[in-house]
Design a protein around this ligand. Structure first.
Ligand SMILES: NC(=O)c1ccc[n+]([C@@H]2O[C@H](COP(=O)([O-])OP(=O)(O)OC[C@H]3O[C@@H](n4cnc5c(N)ncnc54)[C@H](OP(=O)(O)O)[C@@H]3O)[C@@H](O)[C@H]2O)c1
Length: 276
């Protein structure tokens, strides 16, 4: 079994990527180059992570050709107005040392800036060749519908929190309907207690896998879903990609879906939208 790509809006996105939040400097560069050497082909960063230079170093240190790598970055919520968005994207490209990213996302919606202007600027960035594809992050069903209606270039992804504690079925259904990939951030629940869930442990035991591998398998077995686990540890980077040699049964998928709980969301800063 090989890693598959999720096809959406004309983009072909490797279903597993390396998250880089909180990794910086040489640790980040080394994680990125190691990940690429062992088969990752998708890297996620953001201007807000203050690690784009390090991600760029990691890309160059690996022996993987640039056109084999799906690279995502994000523009911060204060930079999503006309003019400003393009300048922010250009600064990201400079820090990354690349001519274009594969995917440029609006990191968070910002009600202080009309969405029409943000989406127009994002589309312009694509037309100018700063990004091969464009998308959004932390967009609710309503915001995603507005964004896709306003855009004259395809919105190919919505990157949002997702793991078995958080039911995102309606948002994922809305993404599928609009030919938008759903990218799961914090797919391992930030490496916390979710990995000690008895159901995940039991399934892991049956397959001879770790709970993290079971969770990642659960993500990538869902139609249209991409997962971007972060690790800066070589052993765990390797562990997280070793998920293409087993499958979860329908019953096992359901057991993991049953872990959803009302307060399952882990990330909700003050500027977050009113979630679905
Ligand atoms: N768009 C957004 O607003 C947004 C928000 C949050 C995150 N993201 C993106 O999504 C990525 C992933 O989310 P995340 O970093 O919040 O959380 P995550 O990927 O769910 O969890 C990362 C944490 O889990 C640990 N970990 C990784 N693999 C593990 C394994 N196999 N077993 C046990 N622990 C493991 C990591 O530690 P080690 O490094 O020590 O392995 C790290 O502390 C981010 O890095 C970022 O790229 C985007």
């Amino acid at each position: 079994m090989k890693m598959h790509n999720v096809e959406a809006g004309g983009a072909s996105i490797p279903c597993l990527g390396l998250g880089t939040w909180a990794a910086r400097g040489p640790e980040c560069a080394s994680a990125v180059s190691f990940a690429l050497e062992i088969g990752y082909r998708h890297i996620d960063t953001a201007s807000a992570y203050a690690n784009e230079e390090a991600v760029g170093e990691g890309l160059r240190a690996s022996r993987v050709a640039r056109d084999q790598i799906f690279l995502t970055t994000k523009v911060g919520r204060d930079d999503i107005d006309e003019g400003r968005l393009e300048r922010a994207a250009e600064a990201s490209l400079k820090r990354l040392g690349v001519e274009a990213v594969d995917l440029l996302l609006i990191h968070w919606p910002n009600p202080a800036i009309p969405l029409k202007r943000s989406i127009a600027a994002l589309c312009k960035a694509r037309r100018r060749g700063l990004a091969r594809h464009i998308g959004v992050s932390n967009f609710t069903i309503r915001l995603l519908a507005e964004a896709t209606a306003l855009a004259d270039e395809p919105i190919v992804a919505n990157q949002c929190e997702y793991h078995p504690w958080l039911d995102q079925s309606q948002l994922i259904a809305a993404c599928r309907k609009s030919d938008v990939a759903f990218t799961s951030y914090s797919p391992l629940g930030r490496g916390g207690d979710i990995l000690a869930e008895p159901k995940a442990l039991a399934i892991a035991g049956r397959h001879g896998k770790t709970p993290a591998q079971v969770l990642l398998r659960w993500h990538v077995q869902q139609n249209g879903v991409v997962a971007i686990p972060k690790s800066a540890n070589r052993q765990r980077i390797a562990e997280n990609i070793a998920i293409f040699d087993f499958s979860l049964t329908e019953a096992e998928m359901k057991e993991l879906f049953s872990l959803a709980r009302p307060n399952g969301r882990l990330i909700s800063p003050g500027w977050a939208p009113a979630w679905d």
